[in-house]
Design a protein around this ligand. Structure first.
Ligand code: ADP
Ligand code: ZN
Length: 439
């Protein structure tokens, strides 16, 4: 169906060859980490595992896990595997779920990471004919630099915008004929809204594709963005601890992201027991990096919840696919004992024709959880008739109850009253934390 590959020799490798390559790399990498990272050596010793015990990926389950708390404990240099003089870059996580952690890169690490991003851009149709507008944040966040380097490698003309200053984004997009847009999905939605406000129709821009990631987003949001910008929207996944964006990316099928298995091994585990789950089962995603020199994490628990499947893909790539993560285990809210993900709320809103501008506020009154959802009305739909608003609120509330099993208190608010995001959107304000309630 599609024959654009940046690194065909890897991306379309027969599955047996991928396994063989992973086996060889894993044996070497475990020895390298054991010899060079005291923190992990101690964890292995504690578990009674020696590098010689790891003979292939079949032995991977014997290795200890690493968690974000280990990274915080070992901060900043405790997991570094090489001399600092061999490193050329530091990045940091966004700190979405707590204290930021840092990761180090040698030039070799940067090269491989940029290759991964170039694979993503190429899979989305990027070539030397394209103008690639990178509006992920530049700086400590990995989004900007990753896609920037990938865009160079894919041969696109790169527009290093960074995030924010939406007026300037739109001016350059129009004046310089950007064809590929890279940013968070929430910022893409905002850019779409801003274009419309300025009187542009989807066909007025030259964009053909968007590469959106760094936060969870629903299929409904994809359709919304595709319609408003007149593009194909591709998902991209990654995390700083493992390198950055490009650990996995979508191809023309747009139904799951191929994981770059020549560099990373993915497992799905039961988040409660740590047991490895069979392919096709939902659980927590765990990564082992096979080629990293500076910050080579083994069995890192991402807390992202998703499913892996290896089915033949019409694009010709053979790498296993991960489904869109539904969110992190720590994005999951427990409200009155019921598990709720923000993505479920987003799906209902978009299905009912609302834009993805919403905020969830949780609190506790008289020992009982309160659950408020604020949703913006569209300009066309806006009314100040209380009767009309109450009717619309009731409709949406019923749809949410049907999806979630519990009733939120719905508040329809005037257009443009919920803050827009230029990076990762903040969807949940959990005031229960001030009472020391941890969920
Ligand atoms: P932080 O963990 O502080 O947000 P990062 O900026 O490294 O730091 O973000 C990595 C995380 O972002 C991932 O673990 C995942 O939860 C989320 N993420 C990245 N890409 C996607 C995506 N395409 N879909 C859903 N979540 C994503
Ligand atoms: Zn594919």
């Amino acid at each position: 169906m599609e024959n654009r590959y940046f690194q065909k020799e890897f991306e379309t490798m027969p599955v047996e060859d991928i396994k063989k390559l992973q086996d060889e790399k894993l044996v070497k990498q475990v020895k390298y980490v054991y010899d060079n990272v005291k923190y992990y050596r101690d964890l292995m010793d504690e578990k009674g595992v020696k590098p010689e015990d790891i003979k292939s990926t079949a032995d991977l389950h014997k290795l200890p896990f690493l968690k974000k708390d280990d990274l915080r404990e070992a901060y900043p240099y405790g997991l570094l595997a090489t001399d600092l003089k061999n490193c050329v870059r530091i990045h940091s996580t966004s700190g979405t779920t707590g204290k930021r952690v840092v990761a180090f890169y040698t030039q070799h690490d940067i090269d491989l990471w940029e290759d991964c991003c170039a694979r993503a851009i190429t899979a989305a149709g990027g070539t030397s004919e394209d103008v690639c507008q990178v509006c992920y944040g530049y700086g400590l966040f990995t989004g900007g630099s990753g896609l920037h380097g990938g865009s160079h490698k894919a041969g696109c003309l790169t527009l290093p915008m960074s995030s924010g200053n939406t007026d300037r984004q739109i001016q350059f997009m129009m004046d310089l004929n950007s064809t590929i847009l890279c940013c968070t999905p929430s910022y893409a939605a905002y850019i779409g809204e801003s274009l419309k406000e300025r009187g542009y129709k989807p066909e007025d821009n030259k964009l053909k594709a968007g590469i959106f990631g760094a936060e969870p987003w629903t299929e409904e949001m994809r359709q919304d963005i595709e319609k408003n910008l007149g593009i194909k929207a591709y998902d991209i996944y990654g995390l700083t601890e493992i390198s950055g964006p490009g650990v996995a990316f979508e191809c023309c099928e747009q139904n799951g992201m191929h994981i770059n298995e020549d560099h990373f091994i993915a497992e799905i585990i039961d988040p409660n027991t740590g047991e490895v789950l069979p392919e096709g089962t939902k659980g927590e995603l765990v990564f082992t990096s096979l080629d990293k020199e500076a910050f080579p994490l083994l069995r890192y628990r991402t807390r992202d919840i998703c499913v892996l499947t290896r089915k033949k893909c019409s694009c010709g790539r053979t790498f296993i696919k991960m489904a869109k993560p539904m969110g992190r285990s720590d994005d999951m809210m427990i409200i009155k004992g019921v598990n709720v993900f923000p993505s479920q709320i987003e799906a209902v809103l978009l299905n009912k024709g609302y834009a993805p501008n919403y905020q969830i506020v949780l609190d506790r009154v008289n020992n009982s959880d309160t659950f408020d959802v604020y949703v913006e009305m569209g300009e066309e739909d806006f009314s100040d008739s209380p009767k009309y608003i109450t009717k619309k609120e009731k409709e949406l509330q019923d749809a949410m109850k049907a999806m979630l099993g519990i009733n939120p208190k719905l508040h329809l608010v005037a257009p443009k009253t919920i803050a827009r995001s230029e990076g990762k959107a903040v969807r949940v304000i959990d005031n229960r934390r001030r009472y020391g309630i941890t969920i």
